[in-house]
Design a protein. Structure first.
Length: 74
């Protein structure tokens, strides 16, 4: 069985270990821990990568930007 957990490192506590024990019982398990990069995920498909690069260019050129209304988010 393979299970994936994604969470912030500051959310890691002893209850996580308890959950692993319940899920896997008395089996030998392997833990692999890595940090994640959201931009790496967004680059997994060609269309996502093009959209991401286009958005970065828009920010750099100050074009096609959407400005949030501070009355809504203030």
């Amino acid at each position: 069985m393979q299970v994936s957990f994604v969470f912030e490192s500051n959310e890691l506590d002893y209850s996580f270990i308890d959950k692993l024990k319940v899920l896997f019982g008395n089996k030998k398990i392997e833990l692999l821990v890595s940090d994640t990069d959201d931009t790496q995920y967004l680059s997994t498909s060609k269309s996502n990568q093009e959209q991401l690069l286009s958005s970065i260019k828009n920010i750099e050129n100050n074009t096609n930007l959407v400005v949030a209304n501070p009355k809504i988010f203030g």
